[in-house]
Design a protein around this ligand. Structure first.
Ligand SMILES: Cc1cc2nc3c(=O)[nH]c(=O)nc-3n(C[C@H](O)[C@H](O)[C@H](O)COP(=O)(O)OP(=O)(O)OC[C@H]3O[C@@H](n4cnc5c(N)ncnc54)[C@H](O)[C@@H]3O)c2cc1C
Length: 291
């Protein structure tokens, strides 16, 4: 099948893009790398009269290290994120998540802004943004906004974005001190979306107690979710007294209504999710302990 006909627009600036989106209304859709949108158009799961392409909008690309954060322009490809020393140094969890996204052809075209805006609950970048308390920067004809990741992902493939609003960048806070990071996922074939996965960030104090931690789950609910109760329980505990399997069980216990599908029953997915948390916790605390 081929996509339905559409009118193609290629604005040169972010400002022109949002003006165009406002003029064209709900029949217009942004296209970035096209790695999620084009399959949907080709299968006619989505039909838009206008596509507004971001490829000429250079201001959306680039990676910038700030005092306590790394900012990544929305139009930066997964491949550029994966190659970046700034990302490897400042946001190791994001660097480690990148090779898990699809295949290299997809990473060469797909953009971080597209992955965040597409908001697939099984995707890697949304869960990393949520786990690290990233901020999503946006632009619309009404001006700029900064939305915390915790308020951005509102449901299955839905976000806080208005139809005429553009993601311009994502700001990932950097963690300092004795830190460790890990992302683990289960897929039936390499490159598939995760059936269940977990991202962990942990910081230990000088006595190897858990000073700060964040556990994000993906593929297990309509949005990526944080295991906040488990995180709170872990704070202040001596890291050698934490048991990875218990952390995994606790982090997934509170998940409501995991859906059963062709990939597995709800109970199976919860158990796989718990195993992914346990694996990620073990790796993250080991790295933090070696620091
Ligand atoms: C075979 C295959 C396997 C894949 N596997 C994975 C995987 O394992 N993990 C994973 O995370 N992803 C996976 N993907 C998806 C891939 O990561 C996409 O690149 C990503 O989801 C969307 O980025 P994009 O730039 O291609 O966006 P597009 O496909 O162009 O757009 C996606 C959506 O985001 C909107 N959008 C794009 N940019 C912006 C912006 N700046 N502001 C506002 N809205 C915007 C578009 O309007 C559209 O609704 C896979 C894709 C394929 C085809």
């Amino acid at each position: 099948m081929k996509p339905a006909t559409f009118e193609y627009h290629a604005p040169a600036t972010a400002g022109e893009t949002v003006t165009l989106l406002a003029e064209l209304g709900e029949e217009a859709k942004i296209i970035a790398g096209g790695q999620s949108l084009v399959p949907m158009l080709a299968l006619r799961l989505a039909v838009f009269e206008h596509l507004v392409d971001l490829r000429r909008v250079d201001e959306l690309r680039g990676i910038e290290t700030r005092a306590d954060a790394v900012r990544i322009g929305a139009g930066t490809t997964h491949a550029a994120v994966g190659r970046s020393d700034d990302v490897r140094r400042g946001v190791p969890l994001l660097a480690r998540a990148t090779p898990l996204i699809g295949h290299f052809q997809i990473r060469n075209r797909g953009t971080i802004g597209g992955a965040i805006a597409h908001a697939d609950a099984a995707a890697e970048y949304p869960v990393v943004a949520l786990t690290l308390d990233a901020d999503i920067e946006t632009l619309s004809p009404r001006g700029r906004r900064t939305v915390p990741a915790s308020a951005f992902f509102t449901g299955m493939w839905t976000t806080d974005l208005e139809p005429d609003e553009l993601v311009t960048g994502i700001v990932f806070p950097t963690w300092h001190g004795r830190c460790g990071w890990a992302i683990e996922e289960f897929t039936r074939r390499s490159g598939d979306f995760a059936m269940a996965g977990a991202a962990v960030a942990v910081r230990l104090d000088a006595d190897s107690r858990v000073e700060r931690c964040a556990i994000g789950l993906f593929g297990l609910a309509p949005t990526p979710v944080r295991a906040t109760e488990t995180e709170t329980e872990l704070i202040g505990r001596a890291v050698e007294a934490t048991r990875a399997e218990e952390v995994g069980r606790s982090a997934t216990a509170g998940l409501e209504a995991i859906s059963s599908d062709v990939h597995g029953s709800a109970d199976y997915r919860r158990r796989v999710g718990a195993a992914m948390v346990a694996r990620a916790w073990r790796r993250a605390v080991e790295e933090a302990g070696n620091d």
